[in-house]
Ligand binder design. Structure first.
Ligand code: NOJ
Length: 747
């Protein structure tokens, strides 16, 4: 009796404490929402609760799911985009299930729905969060128009190894840029939650997935807690703060613990430290795959481990559906943990207004697909996204001088391929290729010879295309890789242009006419050997539906290129991983001897003992943040408002940016900071601010940018995130490898 009383008092105390300590809702749930959640939960049977935690993939007839929906065994469906079927699913749930709880319908709407925008790596190349937000809104309007209220995007995995095919799906190598893109996409997708076009974002993959060993998808990662906290987790935290409604756990095991069963990541950091009260879903069968990892004996075991980690919904393992009831009855899991998970699910459904408005207006939804303003936004994004990597003066082309353009290459007229990975709903018929755009703009002046059937084709002779090149006044060759060569499970160990593409380019150059290469790809390929064979090279991470007109506008100078690379371009794949924000070794490379300079009788220690590759040195082909324009920009007068700052202060940096060329252009001004000495070694540079600045020719603008000292905090030796006083350097420049630093101190 006494024991029971003590228990009762203890639980009362716990309840009071948990009320008092309750953190504000990260998803913006009011007490009224909580009241509705609790009320509904109190009416649910254990089986109904477990049903909410089950997500299945659609396919086939509604009848296949009707019974399970009626019994309340499915909380969410993914991959149904037929609005008529979605409405029928909802009708069964709302009208025929005992409690009438609507479904959450999910889909991978990754860079647009019908109107496809550039792949996320290309979105990041714009360095334009406002435009990216607009694109996410367009995606939400189109997808919700067909009943999709939940997208599995944005992917926030930092990727520093271009062998990894999923580098296409994220914002590249940098934590700061990734975090800004994360916030923009969350805001864009979710918009105003009270609106029927609100689509829940799902930040993924939590966490560290992009650090897959060897760049091979699904591979293990071995990130330390400090690396996670300093590099890989901040974009997730930023997205949680921006109100992301849901999160997906990742496939990888980090340091031996698969994410779907990772108590430290999900329960301690996400739920505990960040207070996330949204919905956590597994990746596709990532619960079941914990058995393959060797982290659980069977489905029952991994279902228990997932629940204990704080995972609410099971995508496609059927582990919760099959085993949770039995686990509760045997006492192996607590029903209160199930209640918690169901609360998180119901909260999202209520916030999205699904109870009030479960159905989609089929006609209205159809009408917004491929709306002209959506296509315009996609084109603008593709224009801002493409990166000019080389220009010996051949670009921009002069439209009025064009008589005979040769268009060639496997990506010139490959509508499906230019959409990139994860473009399930984009249609080739609506996609405008460069060839189509050129033919439309220059009727009768375009000769098209495909040259190579696809990127992998091998060929020894190019007689026909070379003959056509001789007759042309300019050669536009479109190279790269098809959509299927990047994305999930599509890693590569060799990053050169595939097949005979490099040979084609060399053969075209030998024809003696100006050659402009455009590369469309899902990753930064190793194009060093190709650069000498073209006068100019424009790089477009798969640019989407409107890629054709966007690229043509750039080539002809209607739009001046302004994209900057969000990821380092390697000279050769063996340099991977190579990224700008590396730490300094004790023996930094300083231009020491390379392979072909080694003297005959060189002694073992005579080459200089520094950190580099004998055959490739230590530098990339193009650094992070790099991208040319048809004009040039100069930075001058970089000055700080003070020499020393407190940890609460803001560094005000003033600089003048001048357009020193002959045409209008937009520069992405970038601010980098280095913390010279810390309790742990720090990156040689870290991006802390960027902004796009449009300038007329000859125009100068003086800008002042505030960098809060708090943004320089990191998790140091004591495991606490804070700013460590000391000396800092700051650069303002047009890429991560140029500029001269100014110094300041934090006291
Ligand atoms: C597996 C992928 O890893 C994930 O990103 C995606 O959202 C799910 N499948 C659902 O399609």
């Amino acid at each position: 009796m006494k024991a029971i009383r003590i228990l009762f008092v203890a639980s009362l105390l716990a309840a009071t404490l948990s009320c008092a300590e309750r953190k504000p809702s990260t998803v913006g749930a009011s007490s009224e929402v909580e009241r509705r959640v609790d009320q509904l939960l109190s009416r649910m049977t254990l089986a109904e609760k477990i049903g909410q935690m089950n997500q299945v993939s659609a396919g086939g007839e509604v009848a296949n799911y009707a019974d399970a929906l009626r019994k309340g065994q499915i909380g969410s469906i993914l991959n149904e985009v037929d609005p008529v079927k979605v409405n029928e699913f909802q009708r069964i749930c709302v009208e025929e299930s005992r409690l009438g709880i609507p479904l959450l319908v999910g889909r991978d709407v990754i860079h647009g729905f019908h109107t496809v925008f550039p792949i996320p790596l290309g979105l990041a190349s714009t360095f334009d969060p406002a435009l990216v937000e607009e694109g996410a809104r367009v995606a939400a309007v189109e997808a919700t128009g067909q009943g999709v209220r939940w997208t599995f995007s944005p992917m926030l995995d930092i990727a520093r190894d271009p062998r990894w095919g999923r580098i296409a799906e994220g914002s590249g190598e940098d934590t700061w840029l990734d975090a800004r893109m994360a916030e923009a996409m969350v805001r864009g997708y979710q918009g105003d939650l009270s609106d029927a076009t609100a689509m829940a974002a799902c930040i993924k993959h939590f966490a560290g997935y992009g650090a897959a060993e060897g760049g091979r998808d699904y591979n293990s990662t071995f990130l330390t807690e400090r690396q996670l906290r300093n590099v890989y987790l901040p974009p997730f935290e930023a997205a949680v703060k921006a109100g992301a409604l849901t999160l997906m756990t990742s496939f990888n095991d980090n340091d031996g613990v698969p994410s779907t069963g990772n108590v430290f990541l999900v329960k301690d950091i996400l739920r505990g430290e960040w207070g996330f009260d949204g919905l956590v879903v597994t990746d596709w069968n990532s619960m079941g795959e914990m058995i393959d990892h060797g982290f659980g004996t069977d489905r029952k075991d991994v279902a228990r481990k997932s629940l204990e980690a704080g995972v609410d919904m099971d995508m496609m393992t059927y582990g919760y559906l099959s085993h949770l009831e039995e686990l509760v009855h045997s006492g192996a899991v607590k029903e209160s943990d199930i209640d918690q998970a169901v609360r998180n699910i119901l909260r999202v459904k209520i916030l999205l207004g699904l109870f009030e408005n479960p159905y989609v207006d089929v006609e209205a939804g159809r009408a917004v697909q491929y709306a002209p303003e959506h296509l315009a936004a996609a084109q603008k994004t593709a224009e801002e996204s493409a990166i000019l990597l080389k220009n010996d003066g051949v670009l921009p082309l002069k439209a009025d001088a064009v008589r005979n353009i040769l268009v060639t290459g496997p990506m010139a007229d490959a509508p499906h391929e230019q959409l990139g990975t994860w473009a399930f709903d984009g249609q080739a018929a609506h996609t405008v290729t460069p060839l189509k755009a050129l033919q439309e703009r220059f009727p009768g002046k375009v000769t098209y010879v495909q040259g190579l059937k696809n990127s992998r084709s091998r060929r020894e002779r190019f007689d026909d295309v070379v003959a056509a090149a001789r007759r042309a006044d300019v050669v536009l060759v479109f190279l790269g890789e098809e959509a299927i060569l990047s994305g999930e499970a599509h890693s590569l160990a060799d990053l050169n242009l595939k097949g005979a593409q490099s040979d084609l380019l060399a053969a075209l150059q030998a024809a003696g006419k100006p050659v402009v290469a455009t590369v469309m790809a899902g990753r930064p390929l190793t194009i060093e050997r190709d650069l000498p064979h073209c006068g100019a090279l424009l790089y477009a991470f798969h640019p989407g539906t409107m890629g054709g007109p966007a690229l043509v506008n750039l080539l002809f100078g209607d739009v001046n290129p302004s994209g900057k690379t969000p990821v380092t371009f390697l000279r050769t794949v063996g340099q991977a991983p190579l990224y700008y924000s590396h730490h300094m070794t004790g023996r930094p490379y300083n231009g020491e001897t390379l392979l072909d300079e080694i003297p005959e009788e060189a002694g073992q220690t005579s080459l200089g003992n520094t950190s580099y590759y004998l055959d490739y040195g230590a530098y990339p082909l193009f650094p992070f943040g790099f991208g040319l324009s048809y004009t040039t920009f100069a930075y001058s007068g970089i000055a700080l408002d003070r020499e020393a700052y407190g940890t609460e202060d803001t560094v005000q940096v003033t600089f003048t940016l001048t357009n020193t060329g002959a045409c209008a252009g937009t520069e992405v001004a970038q601010v980098y900071v280095r913390d010279l000495v810390g309790s742990i070694t720090r990156p040689v540079k870290e991006l802390k601010h960027f902004e796009r600045v449009a300038l007329e020719p000859g125009e100068s603008r003086t800008l002042t940018v505030g960098i809060p000292v708090a943004d320089l905090a990191f998790v140091g030796l004591d495991g606490v995130k804070k700013v460590e006083p000391g000396e800092f350097q700051l650069w303002v420049s047009g890429d991560s490898a140029s500029g001269k630093p100014v110094s300041f101190e934090v006291k």
